[in-house]
Design a protein around this ligand. Structure first.
Ligand code: SAM
Length: 250
């Protein structure tokens, strides 16, 4: 029996009506209409300079080994926990797109237009609307309480003002919403933490501002989130989990 699914995605202001035929292999575009007038600006909000430049070119190739060994299985576990209307910050080349399931909608953001271009190319026809926006996490152009889930993976190592970004995440999450994260953090065991401190200036220069010694768990908690689920890898190097808004303001 043929199962047909219809979906909509928005790419650069164009809504594509998609028909997916599941027991055949084809997936085809049946109509498209330009909705520029409804479009949220690609450059809405305050787009900061990327102080260390773009790392978009060659990013996926450069990360392949680390994805296989360190991050891929954590994404597979974490990202399907996103639900409802979802915002991803610092979404980069869209590595997480393949893991989202059954959402109401997804807005994938990043301040680097070259990253967003690659993410757009990764998008495959799906059952929920996806929108891309070039914005930084410190100035999200979305109303208060407009998302059920916010996702950040490998972003808090790079964001110049993490506390400001977390305040924005708090603001755009609806009450009861969740914040899902996967980050590499400053390892606790001696001498790895020290090594991370020493290597960070070089890492920042070579990897678009990425810092190896961010204490992201502490920063998330200090921003008024309650971490309700967390996993730390060997050597406490990779942190992933879920946080909800705590009742006390930071
Ligand atoms: C290491 S990449 C991670 C990309 C992606 N989230 C992933 O899991 O592969 C870090 C990303 O953070 C983005 N970034 C840099 N400054 C940012 C900011 N102020 N707000 C949000 N994202 C930022 C970069 O453009 C880049 O795409």
């Amino acid at each position: 029996m043929t199962i047909e699914k219809f979906g909509k995605i928005q790419v650069r202001g164009t809504i594509l009506q998609l028909q997916q035929v599941e027991n055949g292999q084809e997936s085809k575009q049946v109509t498209s209409s330009n909705l520029m007038s409804n479009r949220h600006s690609h450059t809405s909000g305050e787009v900061p300079d990327l102080p260390y430049g773009s790392i978009a070119v060659g990013y996926d190739d450069g990360m392949r080994f680390f994805e296989r060994r360190l991050f891929g299985h954590r994404r597979r576990k974490l990202i399907p926990q996103a639900s409802g209307n979802v915002l991803e910050i610092g979404g980069g080349t869209g590595v997480n797109l393949q893991y989202y399931q059954g959402l109401a909608s997804l807005v994938l953001t990043d301040p680097d237009p070259l990253m967003i271009e690659q993410a757009e190319r990764k998008l495959r026809p799906g059952a929920f609307p996806v929108r891309f926006e070039v914005v930084s996490a410190e100035a999200l152009p979305f109303p208060d309480g407009s998302f059920d889930t916010v996702v950040a993976t490998l972003v808090f190592c790079t964001i110049p003002q993490p506390a400001k970004a977390l305040a924005e995440i708090r603001r755009v999450l609806r009450p009861g919403g969740k914040f899902l994260f996967m980050e590499h953090v400053r390892p606790r065991p001696f001498p790895l933490g020290l090594l991370a401190d020493v290597l960070t200036p070089l890492q920042k220069r070579l990897c678009g501002g990425c810092q190896l010694n961010r204490k992201t768990l502490e920063t998330v908690e200090a921003a008024g989130f309650q971490v309700v689920q967390r996993e730390l890898s060997r050597f406490d190097l990779i942190l992933s989990g879920e946080a909800i808004l705590s009742h006390t303001e930071p």
